[in-house]
Design a protein around this ligand. Structure first.
Ligand code: UDP
Length: 485
């Protein structure tokens, strides 16, 4: 049978991006912020997401949203084991995403070719899909560069006996990763610690195999870690943070923001309010909530406290201790979920009691608000150490929560000279963050390089078959995928 004449392939600049977030609040937000930035640079955007924790498409009329099956049972989706959940998603989403992606590539509009996949680092399975379909994959790391350096050192830390952690309260320094102590190493409560090590190993390997690495960070806050990654991971590297300064996170919130707290903040004295929030995942025992409540009450400072459903383990909604509401009614407000970026930017806020999730940490730095650090799990401990011992813009609460200790830490931040010094330092960082984003700044330049890197991914237009059911289009080889770092 005569073979049909092949059409000459045309080279066009591919401008369509397929983004795959990890379906957790602290990961969805930076991915949608990145999408907004890249859209403003002329790219068209498709967000592929799971049914679990799906974002609200109506907040993003310019993006195309596609959901794929995540295969999670109701039980699995509710279980409090984030690592097990992420590991499961990496298995369950592989085939549905691969099938969807292959279909998209075969049907794509030659005027809007897919340039690459941009995926959260935790969704490491997307690399094997990308390799199979011969399409570049760029990674967004939603956590700090410092925590990534720690994760990359896991094999060494295991070899040297630091991991698995024997004593989670150990103050012994990890000489290979100063200024971390054993108690600062990422520790995630999972039913199966091998799951964690495997996940980290996959994530590290697939980072090496990727075509680029994006960070929500900037040189002034993580200079050492960013330099180490540049040196150890020979792939294009783009620290373009702080992402929320380009585009707020309010549209990507999975819970509705209670705006009433902004009116309340308007009535408070400048710099007087302690804002308290432990993010979307951290949870605590009832006894810890009681200590926090009395610590805040005894501090004498006004406070805005986010008590989200599920914050206290085993109860849908936390109950405050007897007498707490009467004592604090005049100067405290509790909400289920706050517009955090607006709150931190409000002049009344003088301190942020945080779990040091990376988004919260960056948001606090960018508004010049010193932190009371109470890390709970995972990278939060590494971030808290960065804040308190490297940047010196926060105080860490350690060795259990006690109301007296809380009161003392709040005084250090809000009253003592030490707190004044921290305020000065964090305001300088805020200025530097602003500078990074301006023309000539490091993040501005990195974003330019990222855009050019994506545009350099040479892909060829597919030769559509008459029936339209073409095979996967040809791409140029990995070697043609463009620039390096
Ligand atoms: N956040 C919010 N309202 C709240 C608490 C948190 O909008 O009441 C947002 C916050 O601004 C941040 C995200 O939720 O962007 C939490 O991410 P982070 O990395 O700090 O912590 P995680 O939730 O992943 O532990």
């Amino acid at each position: 049978m005569a073979r049909s004449k092949e059409r000459p392939r045309q080279h066009r600049k591919p401008t369509h991006l397929v983004l795959f977030p990890c379906p957790l609040q602290g990961h969805i937000t930076p991915m949608l912020q990145l999408a907004t930035i890249l859209h403003s640079k002329g790219f068209s955007i498709t967000i592929v997401h799971t049914q679990f924790n799906s974002p609200n498409p109506s907040n993003y009329p310019n993006f195309n949203f596609e959901h794929i099956s995540d295969g999670l049972s109701a039980d699995q989706a509710q279980k409090y084991d984030v690592m097990a959940l992420v590991a499961l998603l990496n298995i369950n989403c592989h085939d549905p995403f691969s099938d969807w992606m292959a279909r998209m590539l075969s049907e794509q509009d030659p005027r809007d070719m897919i340039a690459c996949i941009v995926s959260d680092a935790l969704m490491h399975f997307t690399q094997s899909v990308a390799d199979h379909l011969k399409i570049p994959r760029i990674i967004l790391r939603a956590s700090s560069a410092t925590s990534f350096v720690t994760c990359a050192a896991f094999p060494l830390l295991r070899e040297k006996g630091y991991l698995p952690i024997q004593d989670p309260e150990s103050e012994t320094p990890v000489s290979e990763l100063p200024p971390l102590r054993i108690k600062d190493l990422p520790n995630i409560s999972t039913d199966d610690s091998d799951t964690l090590y495997q996940l980290v190993a996959h994530m590290n390997n697939e980072t090496r195999n990727s075509s680029g690495l994006i960070y929500n960070s900037f040189d002034y806050i993580e200079e050492t870690a960013l330099a180490k990654i540049r040196q150890d991971f020979p792939i294009p590297f783009f620290p373009i943070g702080p992402l929320h300064k380009y585009s707020s996170g309010s549209s990507s919130s999975l819970l509705p923001h209670d705006q009433s707290c902004m009116v309340w903040l308007d009535k408070q004295v400048a710099g007087s309010v302690i804002y308290v929030s432990f993010g979307s995942l951290a949870s605590m025992e009832k006894e810890e909530l009681v200590e926090i409540a009395w610590g805040l009450a005894n501090s004498g400072q006004p406070f805005l406290w986010v008590v989200r459903p599920g914050l206290v383990r085993g109860s849908a909604m936390a109950e405050m201790p007897d007498g707490f509401e009467e004592q604090t009614r005049e100067r405290g407000l509790i909400v289920k979920w706050a517009p955090q970026q607006e709150v931190l930017a409000h002049p009344s806020v003088g301190c942020f009691w945080t779990h040091n999730g990376w988004n919260s940490t960056v948001e606090s730095i960018c508004e010049g608000v010193p932190m009371l650090c109470w890390p709970c799990f995972g990278d939060q401990k590494v971030n808290a150490r960065l804040v308190s011992h490297v940047l010196k813009v926060g105080v860490q609460l350690e060795n259990g929560l006690e109301r007296e200790k809380i009161g003392w830490a709040i005084r250090r931040l809000m009253v003592e000279k030490e707190g004044e010094e921290m305020k000065k330092r964090i305001r300088k960082l805020k200025e530097k963050a602003d500078r990074c984003l301006r023309k000539g700044g490091s993040s501005y330049e990195s974003l330019d390089r990222l855009v050019n890197c994506i545009l350099s991914f040479k892909r060829t237009t597919p030769g559509f078959s008459p029936t339209g059911s073409g095979s996967i289009p040809q791409t140029s080889s990995r070697g043609d995928w463009g620039e390096s770092g």
